[in-house]
Write a protein that binds this ligand. Structure first.
Ligand code: FRU
Length: 501
C-alpha cells in the first residue's frame, strides 16, 4: 500500500486528510466563526474500513486544519454517515439554555451485539459539549431502528421544519431505493412521516444513499418556496459509477412530492443530475450557515475507482463548497450551483489577468502560460457558426497532455475529456470522457472553471450545469490553450488567475 508521497496532487483549496482513507462528508456546520467538517474516515488505512468521523475545521471554507477523530468506531460499532444539529433552544434537553448542545445524528452499524443482528444499521445520537471537538454516544442509542429492512437503513440528515416546529429526518433503505422521512420535536424520539420512492430511474443493484431535503426560493422569491430532494445513487449514475440525482417539488411537512418526473425507463439524461462529471458523491449541506443560504460539499470521488486513486499517503478529497439556487426557464426549474461566496471572496483577492475580446479563426488557438496548477478561469465564448470551441487546461510544455473542455455550438454538447490528463491507467473504471447537454444563453456560453492540483470543477452558464472531475497531471503542466474549430469563435471575455503558488 505504501506509495511514494504524491505531494504534487495534494489540492491547495480542497480538503484532504493528511493521511489515510476518506469518503463522505458528514455533519458539516458553522458555529462561532468556525466551519466544521466531519467525514467517513479510516484512521488506520488507505482503503475503506473502521469507519469513524474524522474532523477538520476552517475559518474560510477553503483552508482546513485536521482535528482529532471526533467520533471513533468502537468494538462492534462502526460509525456511518450522518448530520449535526445545533440544538439552539436545547429542545433535546441534553445541554443547557446557556450552553446549547450539538447533536450528531448518524448511523451505527452493529456487529457482535446480542441486541442487534450482525450488520444492523440504526440511527444514533451523539452529544458534543465541547463545540464539536468530540461526540459522546447517547445512552439510549440507537434512537431509530427499522425492521425487517434494517441492514441498509442509514444516512440520517436532519433539518428544522419551521412551519411545523419540528425536525425532519431523511434516511434511506439503500437497496430498496427509498427515502424515509421522520419527524421529532426533541431529536431523540422519531415518528414515521412518509416514503419517497418515485417510479423512474432505477437499476438492479442500485443503492440510494445520503438523502437531503432542502427548501429554496424559486427565482429568489421567498414567497415561492420549492423543495429539492437530493439523493446519491451508486452505481448507474450519469457519468458512470456513483453520482448525485435531484428532484424538485413540494414538501407539506409530511410528504415530498416531485414535479414532472420523466417516464419510467427514460434515458438517464432525462433525469436531473447535480453533476455531470464523475467525481461528486454524497453531497451534504452545512448546517447553521451565517446567512442561512445553503452551501453543499461533496466527496470528490467515485465508488467505481475510489480505492485505486494514485494519491499517497491520503486517499479521498472534498469538492469546493457550492451555493444553491433555483431558476425557472420556460417552465423548467433548474438547480443552479456556483462556488460558495467564501470561495468567490478568496478568488477576487487574487486579481489575475483580464483579456480584451479576441476572435479566433476556425482552426486557430491561443496559448497562455500559467504560473501554477491552481487556477480560476472565467471565459465567455460565442460562435459565429456551428463550430466547436473550448480550452485545454493543465497542458504540458510539449502540448501533448492536457484536460480538454469543448463545447459544440451545433449539438449543444459540452465535453470534458481527461484521457490525456496525466495518469489514468490505475483503474479500468476511471471513465475518461464526460458529456452533457447545455443550452447556450443568447448564443453564448460562459464557463467558470476552478482548477486545483488534481481536479477540475466546471460551472457553466451561471450555474446551469456542473462538472467535477479528478485529474492526475504531470508536474509543471500548468498552461492553457483556447481553441476554435469548424467556425470562428469570439472569446468575448477571459479572466485567469493563479490562486496559489
Ligand atoms: C455513501 C456511504 C453511506 C454510508 C457510508 C459508509 O458513500 O455508502 O451510505 O453511510 O458511505 O462509509
Amino acid at each position: 500500500d505504501l506509495l511514494p508521497d504524491t505531494a504534487l496532487w495534494r489540492p491547495a483549496l480542497h480538503y484532504t486528510p493528511p493521511a489515510h482513507w476518506m469518503n463522505d462528508p458528514n455533519g458539516p456546520f458553522f458555529l462561532n466563526g468556525t466551519w466544521h467538517l466531519y467525514y467517513q474516515y479510516n484512521p488506520d488505512g488507505m482503503v475503506w474500513g473502521h469507519t469513524s468521523w474524522g474532523h477538520a475545521t476552517s475559518p474560510d471554507l477553503l483552508h482546513w486544519q485536521e482535528q482529532p477523530v471526533a467520533l471513533p468506531a468502537t468494538r462492534g460499532r462502526d460509525i456511518f454517515s450522518g448530520s449535526v444539529v445545533y440544538d439552539c433552544d436545547n429542545r433535546s434537553g441534553l445541554g443547557t439554555a446557556a450552553s446549547p448542545p450539538l447533536l450528531a445524528l448518524y448511523t451505527t452499524v452493529f456487529s457482535g451485539d446480542p441486541a442487534h443482528p450482525d450488520g444492523t444499521q440504526a440511527q444514533s445520537v451523539a452529544l458534543s459539549l465541547d463545540q464539536g471537538r468530540s461526540f459522546v454516544p447517547h445512552e439510549g442509542n440507537p434512537v431509530l431502528t427499522l425492521h425487517p429492512d434494517s441492514r441498509q437503513f442509514r444516512d440520517p440528515s436532519v433539518i428544522w421544519y419551521a412551519p411545523g416546529k419540528y425536525w425532519v429526518m431523511t434516511t434511506v433503505v439503500a437497496d430498496a431505493q427509498v427515502v424515509k422521512l421522520y419527524r421529532s420535536t426533541d431529536l431523540l424520539h422519531w415518528d414515521f412521516l412518509s416514503d419517497f420512492q418515485p417510479s423512474g430511474y432505477r437499476k438492479p443493484g442500485m443503492l440510494w444513499e445520503m438523502p437531503l431535503l432542502i427548501p429554496l426560493p424559486l427565482d429568489g422569491n421567498d414567497h415561492d418556496l420549492r423543495w429539492v430532494m437530493i439523493v446519491s445513487v451508486n452505481p448507474w449514475s450519469i457519468a458512470g459509477g456513483s453520482g448525485v440525482q435531484y428532484f424538485v417539488g413540494h414538501f407539506d411537512g409530511t410528504k415530498f412530492t416531485p414535479d414532472n418526473l420523466p417516464q419510467e425507463g427514460a434515458d438517464p439524461a432525462a433525469y436531473r443530475w447535480l453533476d455531470h462529471g464523475a467525481d461528486n458523491y454524497a453531497a451534504i449541506r452545512f448546517a447553521n450557515a451565517p446567512d442561512q443560504s445553503p452551501r453543499l460539499i461533496s466527496w470528490m470521488s467515485n465508488w467505481a475507482y475510489a480505492d485505486r486513486l494514485p494519491t499517497s499517503p491520503w486517499r479521498g478529497q472534498m469538492t469546493l463548497p457550492v451555493s444553491l439556487s433555483l431558476r425557472s426557464d420556460h417552465g423548467a426549474i433548474t438547480l443552479q450551483q456556483n462556488p460558495a461566496p467564501e470561495y468567490e471572496r478568496f478568488a477576487q483577492a487574487h486579481p489575475g489577468r483580464n483579456f480584451t475580446a479576441r476572435r479566433l479563426a476556425a482552426g486557430a488557438s491561443w496559448h497562455l502560460a500559467m504560473k501554477s496548477g491552481v487556477q480560476d478561469i472565467a471565459v465567455t465564448l460565442k460562435s459565429a457558426g456551428k463550430g466547436k470551441a473550448g480550452l485545454v487546461l493543465r497542458q504540458s510544455a510539449d502540448g501533448k497532455e492536457g484536460t480538454r473542455i469543448s463545447y459544440d455550438f451545433g449539438t449543444h454538447l459540452l465535453t470534458l475529456d481527461r484521457s490525456h490528463s496525466g495518469k489514468t491507467g490505475f483503474s479500468s473504471n476511471f471513465s475518461l470522457v464526460h458529456i452533457a447537454q447545455l443550452a447556450p444563453r443568447n448564443d453564448t456560453i460562459t464557463l467558470h472553471i476552478v482548477v486545483d492540483r488534481n481536479s477540475v470543477e466546471l460551472f457553466a452558464n451561471g450555474g446551469d450545469l456542473r462538472m467535477t472531475d479528478l485529474i492526475f497531471p504531470q508536474e509543471n503542466s500548468n498552461d492553457m490553450t483556447l481553441f476554435a474549430t469548424g467556425a470562428p469563435t469570439l472569446v468575448d471575455s477571459l479572466h485567469v488567475a493563479d490562486l496559489a503558488p
